[in-house]
Ligand binder design. Structure first.
Ligand code: SF4
Ligand code: SF4
Length: 366
């Protein structure tokens, strides 16, 4: 990466050209939703729906419009909503198969099951015509106060997102079904074989960054994704351009070298996998490379310059319980089961249980 005409990313000390930083500021400040021409150093910007994140036109179904659904999604507290046509994702299918063939899913055998459903929503919900993707920001207003404390992924600070997003999504679905139009639909939150990031990208909510996260201009990547499949046609959104440009912060910053290529994660190396998905002991060569992470890992998101503009969420359920963010390193290592129950009663951390958390803590080294 060039080091002349460059400045540091405030969070980590990586360097990026001033030009890309300036473009990021400009996109966000202008409220532009899609920009073309940043790749390969081109500076020309093309605003699509500037100032309006939901530039859909009107409506194929006069009783239920894309614009009305988006408006309602925002009213229910979502931070973004986009719509795409339900059809087979052939390119993503090929990419997924290649990823599976290389064994990058590690022990997550379920990733390989129902792969045909993952890439074709009509196999998941018969008659699906439209995919409605929603975003819910979870970027916290504060982080852990002890810089030596084992680090918890931000998404696990508050109540389990499956519950929070599903509740909102079900309310949105109920609203859609309650209209005069005969509609059927199903809601999904990271629980069914569905490529939610790919659908959100097709719906223009962002692009898949080199860290494999959905990056939404103006919001960054600290957002949960929910998906509704409905059996009516709607006005569809256009994808936005990939604005990673020449940046490689995420790849360079990953302590486990798990981003083996842009947009390619070897889960078997990823700290998130080892501290959450992996059910066995954390051993072998990986054991001492947790980078002080106790549950999940945000490093490749924390360094992303698009997250400099992330704003704190508005969802009370995502607030950390009292005392969690103030825990010292010593508090973490002395955590007992009663404290664990109180702090993580409703959290996604429950997924690994007290023993799993202790297992992770045991592998953290100075
Ligand atoms: S989550 Fe952590 S370990 Fe996994 S790719 Fe990102 S930085 Fe690397
Ligand atoms: S940090 Fe990664 S995801 Fe973010 S802009 Fe840079 S390359 Fe893209």
């Amino acid at each position: 990466m060039r080091t002349d005409d460059a400045r540091h990313n405030g969070q980590r000390g990586y360097r990026l050209s001033n030009a890309l930083f300036a473009e990021i500021d400009r996109v966000v400040d202008a409220g532009m939703w899609a920009v073309a021409g940043l790749r390969n150093g081109t500076k020309e910007m093309k605003a699509i729906g500037a100032g309006n994140p939901f530039p859909s036109k009107d409506l194929e179904n006069p009783a239920l419009t894309a614009a009305a659904i988006k408006e309602e999604a925002l009213r229910f507290g979502f931070d973004g909503c986009g719509i795409s046509r339900a059809e087979a994702l052939d390119e993503d299918a090929a990419r997924l198969q290649k990823w599976l063939d290389r064994g990058y899913h590690a022990s997550m055998a379920y990733m390989g099951r129902h792969a045909h459903k993952r890439v074709d929503p009509t196999r998941l919900f018969e008659g699906a015509r439209s995919v409605i993707s929603v975003l819910l920001n979870y970027y916290p207003s504060g982080t852990q106060t002890d810089p030596r404390a084992p680090v918890l992924a931000k998404y696990a600070y508050g109540k389990d997102y499956h519950t929070v997003v599903r509740e909102k999504l079900n309310r949105l679905l109920e609203w859609i079904l309650s209209g005069s139009a005969p509609v059927h639909g199903r809601a999904f939150v990271d629980t069914a074989p569905l490529l939610e990031k790919a659908w959100a990208a097709r719906a223009g909510l962002g692009w898949i960054g080199k860290n494999t996260c959905l990056i939404s201009p103006g919001k960054g990547s600290f957002c949960f994704i929910g998906t509704l499949l409905v059996d009516i046609p709607l006005q569809y959104d256009n994808p936005v351009d990939d604005l990673c440009g020449d940046c490689t912060f995420c790849i360079d910053a990953c302590p486990a070298k798990a981003l083996v290529a842009p947009r390619t994660l070897d889960a078997g190396r990823c700290i998130s996998y080892w501290t959450i998905e992996n059910k066995a002991a954390i051993g072998g060569a990986f054991g001492d490379r947790l980078a002080n992470r106790v549950f999940g890992c945000d490093i490749c998101q924390d360094v992303c310059p698009w997250n400099r503009h992330a704003v704190p969420h508005r969802e009370k359920d995502f607030d950390a319980p009292p005392g969690l963010l103030e825990m010292t390193r010593e508090d973490w290592f002395n955590l007992n089961e009663e404290q664990y129950g109180r702090l993580f009663q409703h959290s996604a951390v429950k997924r690994v249980g007290f023993e799993g958390l202790k297992r992770n803590l045991d592998r953290i080294v100075d």
